[in-house]
Design a protein around this ligand. Structure first.
Ligand code: WT7
Length: 641
């Protein structure tokens, strides 16, 4: 995305307006960054803002590097901090969760109501025999029960694994089996563009291959079930599961380093990585960053459009706002249904003050010009946020002018599933350069390095690494210490490899330059090139595949696939006699079935050969450079072009 990252309008730096500065929790950006030089002092000071059952003995334990530990000896519970502690305060009847959907339905849950629901679900899970350290897999749409179930797990010390509801049954099976869940919580379906997309059948298909699953809890979200006649013996409707269950539950005395959740994400091999986050440090990291970056105050209405199936959903749609005692809006549906004004309508209706979304959505909605956004009053917006991929100037400017009325600064937050929290981002008082995520946050230290791990210097492109541990860092890959070290720590000893490229300019501003590995970003979603290749290759008509991310003006990247077909096949002709569609469509369906609707195929072509190294590895880099009309770089190891 290098091309888009250039500064426009004479390198204009956008300064915050005085109103933003007046209300800001952190008024002096440089001073705060200075404070963050001493990471232990900085993060332990922030940790004081949470309610610990027992304070930590050691702030940071580096003895088993790279298996860092934070707040060692501390006891703290997430649900207790996110819900219970607000019951005792004036926030008892404040709205915690505001659910809205494309049908115009809304559900409001006060902190007290949320407290009771979480307690009931926690007790119901305990009654089922789920105990501390066990895992619960979730395959749910954005609905209150999803938030309740996640919190219920944390309340009893169970590890949750939320699986994005756009993934396929084989992806569900792979994740459930990796973490060996005994329980899966799902729903009948989800609302999407005027339709109900069934979810339960996907879980049904998945768990045929999941020997550990003993029970399935089903939320009757779209009202498919009249009673539970259609369910199997080990399946129960959510409401029935909670019937008559105690609504008080003591929070588990969890250790700061007890596992909190696992979230699977794509890497450069076909096997997803189970990113493990633990309790205390994670909470400290996300609460601090949300408060400082989005300047959260008691009267805010926070809306992050991210689904809870991704890290943004975990950290910033759900947990951080609740840890700050805020109100968080969760929305189920597409950004353009019933029409492309739905998001603006929601902002106006509820008076959203802080709005966090992805560049791909902005680019999609800006295509409609003023037609929809012009109808609504978005004056309530005070701070905006962008996440998931670099934001190009045009999208930044549209967001700034149209969503923020030229007065709300845009927090371009760079981070990852692995980092748990924002890492590079402005604070609201910062001067903004569109396309740059500005500087590492206070308490975060990055280094842009060359192949040898040495800093590249100002203005030079290099590998983005994190130079010091941070509290919400992943603690490993679930049950795979070897892969954890290989993926993140072995390339540049002592530095955490992010997989991104970056440049740092004269002012210390960081410019993200896209990925250095074979991970694609399609509409902000992360997907491995290898996953798509393997999905194609599992079809009998395909011999070999190479997949790259091709630049796209709306989606950031699209999937471009180069296929070598087996003898006798043609993309334009049916796969088998009598097929209504050409092979291309059959393959698209096959990949979609294998990976789920997230795998939206862009361009698919058939080729006679693929560029390979002498040892037979496909050189995707060459295909990408050719596609983008760039210099082919070093081709000395190339066997066949
Ligand atoms: C990758 C992480 C972070 C939560 C959502 C995605 C890219 C993320 C930005 C940004 C440029 C960004 C990076 C990163 N990315 N935010 N503000 N500017 N690139 O989490 O799925 O783990 O993906 O998203 O490439 O490595 P994720």
């Amino acid at each position: 995305m290098t091309k888009n990252n250039s500064l426009k309008e004479d390198n204009k730096v956008f300064s915050p307006n005085t109103q933003v500065i007046e209300s800001a929790n952190i008024k002096d950006w440089d001073k705060e960054i200075h404070k963050g030089k001493d990471i232990e002092k900085y993060w332990s000071m922030e940790a004081e803002q949470l309610d610990w059952f027992k304070k930590w003995d050691t702030i940071l334990d580096t003895s088993e590097e790279p298996f860092y530990k934070w707040f060692v000896g501390g006891k703290i519970n997430l649900a207790y901090n996110a819900v219970d502690r607000w019951i005792e305060t004036g926030k008892r009847n404040k709205i915690a969760i505001l659910y809205a959907n494309e049908l115009g339905d809304e559900i409001k849950l006060s902190y007290f109501e949320l407290y009771r629901e979480v307690n009931k679900m926690a007790n119901a899970l305990l009654n089922l025999g789920i105990k501390k350290g066990d895992s619960v897999s979730l395959y749910l749409p954005m609905c209150p029960e999803l938030v309740i179930t996640m919190l219920a797990c944390t309340k009893i010390g169970a590890i949750h694994s939320a699986i994005y509801s756009g993934l396929s049954s084989s992806a569900v099976a792979e994740r459930v089996n990796n973490i060996e869940s005994k329980v899966v919580v799902t729903a009948d379906g989800t609302y999407r563009r005027g339709k109900v997309i069934p979810l339960k059948p996907i879980v049904d298909e998945a768990i045929e291959d999941c020997p550990t699953v003993e029970n399935v809890v089903v939320v009757n979200h779209t009202g498919k079930y009249d009673g539970d006649e259609e369910l199997k013996e080990n399946e129960i409707l959510y409401d029935k599961f909670l019937e008559g269950v105690e609504d008080s539950c003591e929070a588990e005395n969890t250790d700061a380093e007890d596992p909190l959740f696992v979230l699977y994400t794509s890497g450069s091999t076909g096997k997803p990585k189970g990113v493990l986050h633990t309790t205390g440090g994670y909470m400290v990291g996300i609460a601090t960053t949300l408060r400082n970056i989005f300047d959260i105050h008691d009267d805010d209405l926070w809306w992050s459009t991210a689904d809870a199936g991704w890290i943004t959903g975990h950290s910033y749609t759900i947990y951080a706002p609740l840890l700050l005692g805020s109100t968080t809006l969760i929305f189920e549906g597409a950004p353009d249904y019933p029409d492309p004004g739905i998001w603006w309508k929601v902002i106006e209706k509820y008076g959203v003050t802080k709005f966090y979304t992805a560049p791909t959505a902005v680019r999609h909605l800006m295509r409609y010009g003023d037609e929809y956004i012009g109808k609504y009053n978005l004056d309530s917006i005070k701070v905006l946020g962008s996440v998931g991929e670099p934001i190009n100037y045009e999208a930044w400017k549209w967001m700034y002018d149209k969503i923020g009325n030229g007065k709300a600064p845009i927090m371009d937050t760079w981070w990852q599933t692995e980092t748990g929290m924002h890492m590079i981002s402005p604070l609201p008082v910062a001067g903004l350069k569109p396309g740059s995520a500005t500087k590492p946050l206070p308490g975060v230290h990055v280094a842009v390095v060359d192949e040898e791990g040495d800093p590249v210097g100002v203005g030079k492109r290099g590998y983005l690494t994190i130079a010091k541990p941070w509290p919400s860092m992943l603690r490993g890959l679930f049950n795979d210490d070897k892969r954890y070290k290989e993926e993140y720590w072995n390339t540049f000893p002592g530095l955490f490899k992010t997989g991104d490229m970056a440049k740092i300019d004269d002012d210390g501003y960081v410019w993200i330059q896209g990925r250095s590995d074979d991970v694609l970003k399609i509409s902000g979603h992360r997907i491995g090139a290898v996953e798509v290749e393997e999905a194609f290759n599992s079809h009998p008509a395909v011999n070999e595949t190479a997949v790259i991310g091709k630049e796209d003006p709306v989606k950031g990247q699209i999937i471009k696939s180069f296929l070598i077909l087996n003898e006798g096949y043609d993309l334009d002709k049916p796969y088998e006699e009598g097929d209504e569609f050409p092979l291309l469509n059959t393959l698209k369906l096959h990949v979609r079935h294998t990976l789920g609707p997230v795998a939206v195929l862009g361009e698919t072509v058939s080729v006679d050969s693929l560029p390979k190294t002498k040892s037979g590895k496909i050189m995707r880099r060459i295909l990408k450079a050719k596609e983008e009309g760039e210099d082919l770089g070093d081709t000395s190891t190339l066997d066949d072009l």
